[in-house]
Design a binder for this molecule. Structure first.
Ligand code: NAD
Length: 295
């Protein structure tokens, strides 16, 4: 039985750890939130009292943390000093490319194998084990990374060497942020024009406006039952997280000299939405800004 340590049991990590347990792996789970650890326990994981305790006997360590600073400190202060030599370390958080490369270099120095393996798919896919993983790792390590990830994945693609997974994720989420705003603007316009937004969803889902934000994560309640729009935009992918990813994309664009004006617009709109007090709501809640219906 593979022994997996799982660190970070939030909206995404909770479902992912449960998939590992369902696959009959011995999962030792830790989060700063006691409620999150309780949920993991109910899903078949065992509860660890600290990161150090979780990783002590692990063959593989999976982390799903908010941002780069969390990943840097958890690895430097707790994973590296306590994980068994040779353990495979997989960070699935979305973070900046530099942090991913820095943690990979430290891991190599200390004799660990490391992969950045951010995911796409949202909370429903995390629970169903149908996420897409974009992996940056040494070619020789990929088969083992794929095996560890398998219970959580519908597609695992090696993007390249360390950092390449995060580069793919940042580009993907720039598309997601811009496409969600486009979908929200269109739904708000449909409503103003007297067109039933649910009918618009049906039509555009089968027309050239079709995209993931519309068909799998519809911001208008009703058409996609699993979408956060049906739960008052609770859970899901927080606006603050989307803003973090759009900032990462703009920083990367500025550093590399790429032009990304739509990504910049999306960042500005999500920054405004966060300032208005909606950083904790799912990012699809921005629909209400365009409808002029913020509570
Ligand atoms: P979340 O805030 O729900 O979960 C993060 C968890 O990490 C929290 O439970 C928090 O308590 C825990 N944590 C923070 N510091 C810790 C520490 N030092 N030790 C142990 N636990 C710690 O966030 P989430 O939505 O699950 O997102 C996690 C990552 O996945 C982010 O990088 C996000 O960008 C990315 N992501 C999220 C989604 C989504 O739809 N939510 C989709 C794809 C990628």
């Amino acid at each position: 039985m593979t022994r997996v340590a799982f660190i970070g049991l939030g909206n995404m990590g909770g479902g992912m750890a449960a998939c590992q347990a369902k696959a009959q792996r011995a999962v030792s789970a830790f989060d700063l939130s006691a409620a999150a650890v309780e949920k993991a326990l109910a899903a078949g994981c065992s509860a660890a009292g600290s990161v150090a305790e979780a990783v002590r006997d692990a063959e593989a360590v999976v982390t799903m943390l908010p941002a780069g600073p969390h990943v840097r400190s958890v690895y430097a202060e707790q994973v590296f000093p306590n994980a068994p030599a040779g353990a495979l370390l997989i960070d699935c958080s979305t973070i900046d490319v530099e942090s991913a490369r820095a943690v990979a270099a430290q891991a190599r120095e200390k004799g660990f194998r490391f992969a950045d393996a951010p995911v796409s798919g949202g909370v429903a896919a995390a629970e169903a084990g149908t996420l897409a993983f974009m992996v940056g790792c040494d070619e020789a390590d990929f088969a083992e990374v794929e095996r560890v990830i398998a219970p959580m994945s519908r597609a695992t693609i090696r993007a390249g060497d360390h950092g390449a997974g995060q580069a793919a994720k940042i580009c993907n989420n720039m598309v997601l942020g811009a496409s969600m705003i486009a979908v929200c603007e269109a739904l708000a316009l449909a409503e103003k024009l007297g067109l039933d937004p649910v009918k618009f969803h049906e039509i555009s889902s089968q027309s050239s406006g079709q995209c993931w934000s519309l068909t799998s994560y519809c911001p208008w309640p009703g058409p996609v039952p699993a979408a956060p729009s049906n739960r008052d935009y609770e859970g899901g992918f927080a606006t603050a997280m989307m803003l973090k990813d759009l900032k990462l994309a703009q920083e990367a664009a500025a550093k590399s000299g790429a032009a990304a004006p739509l990504g910049a617009q999306a960042e500005g709109l999500y920054a405004l939405f966060e300032k208005l007090g909606y950083g904790g709501k799912d990012f699809s809640a921005i629909l209400q800004l365009f409808r002029g219906q913020l509570p």
